[in-house]
Design a protein around this ligand. Sequence first.
Ligand code: G4P
Length: 528
Amino acid sequence: MEFLEEIRRRRTFGIISHPDAGKTTLTEKLLLYGGAIQEAGAVKSNKIKKGATSDFMEIERQRGISVATSVLAFNYQNIKINILDTPGHKDFAEDTFRTLTAVDSVIVVIDVAKGVEEQTEKLVDVCRMRKIPIIVFINKLDREGKDAFDLLDELEKKLGLRLSPLSFPIGMGYNFKGIYNIWKKNVNLFESSNKQKKTDAFNYLTLENHNLIKVVGKSMLDDLKESLELVQGVYPKFKQKDYLEGDLQPVFFGSALNNFGVQELLDCFIEIAPSPQPKIADNRLIHPEEKDFSGFVFKIHANMDPNHRDRLAFIKIVSGEFKRNTPYYHVRLKKNIKFSSPNAFFAEKKKIIDISYPGDIVGLHDTGNFIIGDTLTSGEQIQYKGIPRFSPEHFRFINNDDPMKAKQLNKGINQLMDEGVAQLFTLNLNGRKVIGTVGILQFEVIKYRLKHEYGAKCTFENLNVYKACWISVSNQESINYKEFLKVKKKFLAKDKIGQLIYLADSPFSLQMAEQKYPEIDFHFTSEF
Ligand code: G4P
């Protein structure tokens, strides 16, 4: 197949949702329809629910399979689909944000009864900011939930979306009769089917079909017709261009658990969703069709097997072809590296591949060369942007609890930070190490992994920090800046790559610093 055709037939996307909305179930059902698995339940996603500490052991258990579910690739109607797994748990939100830099579109799953939830809001915000095309799937229609119009209203208001329903439910919960597919102009009637197997028996009828009234009943059919008129009158007509530009979001209704509405979603998805998109690097837009290879690391998995210090760096290919045993240029390290066994991912399996194309994710065995955000190219000196680090929410000193194992501790901390588990700040004053995390669960993860993977022991000590701010100043020699460095000495640190950080202990002190040192810019993210 030709290079351009390979690009055209790829769809790389993520499914995002608040935990429990049905992301895992929908992923499984998509795999089922794609023929990648025969029975649902075969794939367990990297899902960790709620905030309980008991989740932590679950994380460890899941980590073993999360490499397999990091990318789920399959072919459907000659389209190569790459689903990128995104953890739903809020303490791992940063992992999800990073994964979103590697997708070309997303599907957002909403629970019909719960509507917009906290994580949905945060994740959709990021997608909207980055203009990522979004399809909305409203799930669990077999249960009682919110009125369809109220829910669409809520989605528009809370998520700032401009919706265009491409399907519409007929009833709901106990009275759920089916879906009118606005996209294909037919009705799909609901039967609570064999949930584990794909059903081929579709019941597609047009609105005019006189059997429809027998099944649905006159009053529900009249309601549907009225609703469809309202949809037509109130919501913008679907235009693929608007969707691709992130200005319009098509909506589907269904029940992932019952395999209902999933095939409609998939069929429409492969038709409208974008193939691999160009990406900005420094000041140049890199197009997938360019001959020269380039890609970036958005995820690192380490130490899956304690007997081998193995790490897998996940690279999204942005342009050109990636070939096995070919030297590629590691931009940050300024050196060429060859990969003898790059992995591609197919549903639950990974296997060594000789060639990959834009849109694909390749897993590279790494001996410590990569950190998240690294760029690989055929030789060009470019750096992909868009994987910033954000100010963490929780900060603690990390102390060595076993003086004999200082080396192991340092190595462990460094590697876990490369993986993006948390962020490390080193105080200018005394070199003490501070770990910053998004959720407190990560401190336990770090402690556990340092012990089990590096044989090191640590303790944490609370530190009162409100935000970590990256500092920039146009004139390093200015008196104002020099005074800041002197007065705030106690609160200054370096991040892992040596950028200067101000650890503000309260919103008030940050505000005061901003007022007192107008020549300095304080940023909540590492890319400014
Ligand atoms: P998540 O990955 O977004 O966290 O959600 P997941 O798919 O695990 O789904 C959360 C729960 O919602 C699961 O039930 C799942 O079976 C259920 N669910 C998903 N889709 C539907 C649907 O269309 N209708 C109904 N009624 N339920 C749905 P659980 O009891 O938490 O887990 P399980 O024991 O079924 O795995």
